[in-house]
Design a protein around this ligand. Structure first.
Ligand SMILES: [Zn+2]
Length: 389
């Protein structure tokens, strides 16, 4: 048994406890969470490990591309999304398999050291498979498919199924997902969504990461339209009535499975209202948004619409570190009125609910093994996150 005593304990599923106590089994299972005056045995407190600041559950990172870890510090900042994609294409071929594997293992370790216990990870290949099977970090691999030519949709989907089967056979939680509204034909989206419905699986879609994506849907103009035409794609098969991206494609996919919309940097109140009643979660990756577009989503709009928010780090190609606490600190700098309790909810329990792992992760509640994190700089939003369990 282990006993932790902190200035504040944030169970997340209930209100913060001043002078709180967390009692766990040796394996990290929560046995009790209480106020220090509620501890019946004074002797128990003598054995308590004193933690400065705040104790909270392990973080759930709902958006990462672990396979891109080798690109850390290689891509230019503030290039905008289309510039970032070009940078990615230019840089991704010149690294050996050994370096890629080494950087993947390092990234998994870095996340755990920073208190992350579970991650939703986007995969375009199988380079992370081996490291994930050896890691104690909980991972859900989203096999990410894209391709704008509807004639190639079946082939792309079948290739994706092969990759999906590899992850499944390795015992890793996996599903197939469309990459983004600007990169996936409706035919391909349809195949993916049918597969997810059949298997009762979650989706994770990059959503409204740039204004060009809205432009593409509204008028078939803007940088994405130019880029697609440059690659020889025909936009004539887009025959729906002119609308912004999110209502445009969501009407089409009609997902009832948990669906994560990632980034939402250019989502309006009416876009959000369109999907608000559905089983949708909104993931913010603030440090990656600053890295790529040098802007942040309007969190006040998302909060006013009462959506379920989660946090993600995105990849080391567009972030300095894989650390949810650093994402929280960035949010605090931009939106200082938000309480630690609110943002921790996004960083833990909401993410666990999206991933449907909240029976084990996401809050300090009896019977869960959510991981335990110390935040010495807690409500001041300073310092580092320290993994205790
Ligand atoms: Zn991403």
């Amino acid at each position: 048994m282990r006993i932790y005593k902190a200035d504040w304990v944030y169970p997340v599923s209930s209100s913060p406890i001043k002078n709180g106590i967390v009692i766990t089994s040796d394996q990290g299972c929560i046995l009790d969470v209480l106020h220090d005056e509620q501890v019946e045995y004074a002797a128990a407190l003598e054995n308590a490990e004193k933690v400065d600041g705040v104790i909270c559950p392990g973080f759930v990172n709902t958006h990462c591309h672990i396979e891109l870890s080798y690109l850390h510090k290689h891509l230019q900042k503030h290039t905008g999304l289309t510039g970032f994609i070009s940078e990615l294409q230019k840089n991704r071929t010149s690294f050996s398999a050994e370096i890629i594997e080494f950087e993947i293992q390092k990234a998994l370790q870095e996340m755990q050291q920073n208190g992350i216990v579970a991650v939703s990870d986007i995969c375009n290949g199988n380079s992370t498979l081996s490291a994930k099977t050896k890691s104690s970090l909980y991972t859900h691999s989203f096999i990410d498919l894209f391709g704008f030519d509807p004639l190639k949709a079946t082939t792309i989907f079948e290739n994706g199924l092969e990759l999906y089967t590899q992850f499944k056979q390795a015992g890793l939680p996996t599903s197939i997902t469309p990459h983004a509204p600007y990169s996936t034909s409706f035919k391909l989206m349809q195949l993916i969504v049918e597969h997810c419905k059949l298997n009762n699986q979650a989706l994770s879609i990059h959503n409204q990461e740039s204004e060009d994506e809205n432009e593409l849907y509204l008028s078939k103009k803007g940088k994405f339209a130019e880029l697609l035409r440059h690659f020889g794609y025909d936009l004539s098969h887009w025959s729906f009535s002119a609308t912004r991206s999110l209502p445009g494609y969501f009407e089409f996919i009609r997902s009832e499975n948990p669906t994560l919309l990632v980034h939402n940097t250019y989502s309006s109140a009416s876009d959000i209202q369109y999907v608000a009643a559905k089983n949708v979660f909104f993931c913010c990756c603030p440090n990656a948004n600053l890295y790529i577009e040098n802007t942040l989503p309007d969190l006040t709009v998302l909060i006013n619409e009462k959506v379920q928010l989660t946090l993600g780090t995105d990849s080391l190609a567009s972030n300095h570190q894989l650390c949810i606490w650093e994402e929280i600190k960035t949010i605090h700098r931009q939106f200082p009125a938000l309480s630690l309790h609110t943002v921790l909810n996004w960083a833990t329990l909401n993410g666990a609910r999206f991933m449907r792992i909240d029976e084990k992760f996401g809050s300090l509640e009896k019977g869960k093994t959510p991981g335990i994190v110390a935040l010495p700089g807690g409500a001041n939003f300073t310092g580092s996150a320290i993994k205790l369990v």
